[in-house]
Design a protein around this ligand. Structure first.
Ligand SMILES: [Fe+2]
Ligand SMILES: [Fe+2]
Length: 342
């Protein structure tokens, strides 16, 4: 089998899905309920995709070697892969994907002798049954179909992984959440009470979401990111709340080339509304980068620009989330304000 890019991508995506099916079957039968294994939400386990690639290389490298040498090599390769995956999941995502603590000869629950022997059996099955079938499949299936399959599965897995990583990064304990909400509301409330900012509630911004919803959402999410990166929270909140301060329905009216011009309009309006720090100015002025050409000067501006892009893309991709109305935003802020008074 030629180790070309198509074979690598197709093998990785196909075995990630087949591995998921194997794990789902095993765990669901064992637990007598549906169990979606792994870190990601979708029907794939990248560990099996990586495992298939590593095993393919191992199988080809050991061609002609006696069975005991292959067995020992498969044992170490699969066990090492399982150990690395378990450690990565635990240390970077605080998730225990499997736990062999109750098994004999285990190492911190990540690996154990019994399952390492299972992996050796599976590796031999891979060498003699699965790999030849896969090779047969790659000769039958047109290359375009293989590319299409990998082209759908791999980006989906990537987006899934990024979503999980972001969620983990932004995960807050209840006391942290309370503290950050207080900080956010204390800074946001004076601006949200200004008639100029309040008026943004009358403009639809993205698919059923008002501009006030949008700027509040961008401010909150940017603030959370900013806290994780030890940035200036006040500048982020104020800059983000004012970043789209323009008073027209950009879908139906306003200046031509709105995308290239509204950051300057928002900045002018923001100057008329309140006093701005250099960082707040930069956040508003550069939030449309790269359309603004000159890149953001501060980390706070980068965060708001990225979060703004993310929120806008999500608004168009996920219609269900857009049902959050202005009423709900007002309700949430009222709740947060009540929290502060307590
Ligand atoms: Fe904007
Ligand atoms: Fe925006």
């Amino acid at each position: 089998m030629k180790p070309d890019m198509l074979t690598i991508f197709f093998s990785f995506s196909l075995f990630s899905i087949l591995g998921w099916m194997l794990e789902v079957s095993y765990r669901s039968v064992r637990d007598k309920r549906f169990v979606n294994p792994g870190l990601l939400r979708g029907p794939y386990l990248p560990l099996y995709g990586v495992g298939a690639l590593v095993l393919t290389v191992t199988v080809y490298s050991l061609q002609g070697f006696p069975v005991p040498v292959k067995a020992v090599s498969y044992f170490f390769v699969t066990t090492l892969l399982e150990l690395i995956s378990g450690l990565v999941a635990q240390h970077f995502f605080a998730v225990t994907l499997w736990d062999y603590s109750d098994q004999s000869y285990n190492y911190h629950g990540h690996i154990c002798l019994k399952f390492s022997i299972y992996w050796v059996i599976l590796a031999f099955a891979f060498e003699h049954l699965i790999l030849p079938c896969f090779q047969g499949l790659t000769t039958i299936l047109p290359a375009a179909l293989q590319w299409s399959f990998a082209g759908v599965v791999i980006p989906l897995m990537f987006i899934d992984f990024i979503t999980v990583a972001i969620r983990h990064f932004l995960h807050l304990t209840p006391p942290e959440k309370k503290q950050l909400k207080r900080q956010f509301t204390a800074t946001a409330k004076p601006l949200l009470e200004l008639p100029e900012v309040k008026s943004l509630a009358q403009y639809e911004h993205h698919r059923g979401k008002t501009r006030l919803d949008h700027v509040t959402e961008v401010a909150l999410l940017s603030f959370l990111w900013g806290q994780r990166l030890s940035l200036d929270g006040e500048a982020i909140i104020r800059g983000a709340l004012l970043h789209d301060l323009f008073y027209y329905d950009w879908l139906r009216e306003g200046p031509r080339l709105h995308g290239f011009r509204h950051h300057n309009i928002a900045l002018r309006n923001a100057h008329k509304t309140t006093s701005l720090s250099k960082k707040e100015e930069d956040i508003i002025k550069k939030h449309m980068w790269p359309l603004t050409v000159v890149p953001p000067r501060y980390m706070e501006s980068w965060v708001v620009s990225l979060v703004d892009t993310f929120c806008s893309a999500r608004d168009y991709l996920n219609i269900r989330r857009n049902r959050k109305t202005q009423k709900q935003t007002e309700y949430e802020l009222a709740q947060e304000t009540a929290d502060i008074k307590r």
